[in-house]
Design a protein around this ligand. Structure first.
Ligand code: FES
Length: 96
């Protein structure tokens, strides 16, 4: 769990220059101290919290499935934060 938070703390700051990933990609940026998951799929860029709503693991982008996956207990989310797989039951909050 600590590794994900260390990576998030050292992620690029959330600036206009790096917040639109290439098609099919997802990146973690920092908005203040909060990690934000930014992805672009089918031309739509989504920005959601990168913190899993189960027990606060930091999510990783799954290139093959275009999902945000939690390395701790396996929860998976759509790019817009909807739950695809538990144990979590709560979607990721959107980030402006
Ligand atoms: S912390 Fe993400 S599934 Fe448990």
């Amino acid at each position: 769990m600590a590794e994900g938070w260390v990576k998030a703390e050292t992620a690029a700051p959330d600036t206009a220059a790096n917040t639109v990933p290439a098609e099919g990609a997802g990146i973690i940026v920092r908005h203040g101290r909060s990690p934000v998951a930014v992805s672009t799929v089918d031309g739509v860029t989504c920005r959601v919290s990168a913190v899993c709503t189960h027990l606060h693991g930091v999510l990783s982008w799954n290139d093959a499935e275009h999902t945000w996956d939690c390395p701790l207990h396996g929860s998976r989310f759509t790019p817009s934060g909807d739950v695809l797989q538990g144990p979590t039951t709560a979607k990721l909050p959107a980030v402006d």
